[in-house]
Design a protein around this ligand. Structure first.
Ligand code: FMN
Length: 365
């Protein structure tokens, strides 16, 4: 039966489906719990949360579901926080975004910008909160962190955009790995080679990764329906991780204007851009993406902090022109349904596809 895989056995879940974690407030305890209660694995992206907030969300989700769930963190890229920016480069970027800030009635930022939350403090809180699953992206945490997680019974899942990254994640001792194809929505998590040199589509990445590592592989990027689930499993995946299709659920924290675009023809046009955060991420084209270029962006996390007020104002006003419309290449297939209904439909469709014998090769005539 397709529902029983090495990943479902590892995590103790009913279906080989993971709701992708969303950073930046897009995932919510309600979404994670709804997905977990429906038999899949709910996730919450905690990259932008401080230690106390991490403790609080884990308590919150645990109060809503008795099933396993996942908390996700971004591993910092060494030296990234300290990258010094010249005043002239800062001024140039501010001049490029000034028309958008002025239109939103926001003040121009002054140099320098506050730093990101310390990863070590986030990890300490996560280990103390002890969620059933800890997934990470953008790198590999120190072996000691993964061992501490294991000691507490927390299962760990890394995120790889290339086969080499998956091999490094397995060598570090993670329990499973996400094969994040370049089709996926949100930020690219490449950490061994630059993002531009690590763009492998899900269909190509999954079979190669499944061959290269022994730990379970979770296919991410472009899966939105049961046919996609069946395809990923056929390619050798042990499960799928679905982001954009769950972003459309009423339980997600995405702005209403963003959700309303998912499942429409306009959602066919996604691109990778650095203009919102300083790191490459995939989203639906809009005026801000088409006016600024990735060269206008400062490095992460400085650029992310610089753009945050505009993104917040855009979310509040429902202003599509300025929003970061994160979405994967199959966003047009998303369905604006409650999370539990999405899980139910995915399972039913996967059953249908696999039972219909459509995936079996035809015997020679
Ligand atoms: C809005 C948004 C935020 C995301 N944030 C994170 C994150 O913080 N950590 C992470 O590992 N993946 C993140 N992702 C990736 C998803 O978890 C998932 O792997 C991806 O969306 C799968 O591709 P799909 O969008 O085509 O389904 C994000 C995706 C989106 C759309």
């Amino acid at each position: 039966m397709w529902t029983q895989t090495r990943l479902t056995a590892l995590l103790g879940i009913d279906l080989p489906i993971v709701q992708g974690p969303f950073g930046g407030g897009y995932s919510t305890p309600a979404l994670a719990a709804a997905v977990s209660n429906a038999g899949a694995l709910g996730s919450l992206g905690a990259a932008n949360l401080g230690p106390d907030e991490i403790l609080a969300v884990v308590r919150d989700i645990a109060g809503r579901t008795a099933r396993p769930f996942n908390i996700n963190l971004w591993v910092p890229i060494p030296g990234e926080d300290d990258a010094s920016i010249e005043q002239s480069r800062f001024d140039r970027t501010v001049a490029r975004i000034a028309p958008f800030l002025e239109a939103a009635g926001l003040p121009l930022p002054t140099f320098p910008i506050p730093k990101a939350i310390a990863f070590e403090a986030q990890v300490e809180a996560l280990l103390a909160a002890c969620p059933p699953v800890f997934s990470f992206v953008m790198g590999v945490p120190d072996r000691a962190i993964l061992e501490a997680a294991r000691g507490r019974g927390i299962k760990t899942i890394g995120t790889a955009t290339t086969v080499d990254e998956a091999v490094a994640i397995e060598a570090a001792g993670a329990d499973a790995v996400v094969a994040s194809g370049s089709d996926a929505g949100g930020h690219r998590g490449s950490f061994l080679r630059p993002v531009e040199a690590s763009l492998v589509g899900t269909f190509s990445l999954v079979p190669q990764m499944a061959k290269a590592v022994r730990i379970p592989v979770i296919a991410a990027g472009g899966v939105a329906t049961g046919a996609g689930v069946a395809a990923a499993l056929t390619l050798g995946a042990d499960a799928v991780q679905i982001g954009t299709a769950f972003l459309a659920a009423p339980e997600s924290g995405a702005p209403a204007a963003h959700k309303a675009l998912l499942g429409t023809d306009r959602a066919r046009w996604t691109r990778l851009t650095r203009v919102f955060s300083g790191r490459f991420a995939r989203g639906i084209e809009n005026a801000l993406m088409n006016t600024l270029t990735s060269d206008d962006a400062l490095p992460y996390p400085m650029h992310n902090a610089l753009m945050m007020p505009l993104r917040r104002a855009a979310a509040k006003a429902g202003k599509l022109d300025w929003l970061a419309l994160w979405a994967g290449q199959n966003a047009a297939s998303a369905r604006l349904l409650p999370a539990a209904e999405i899980v139910r439909l995915l399972a039913e469709e996967t059953d249908d596809v696999l039972a219909a014998d459509r995936l079996r090769p035809r015997s020679p005539a």
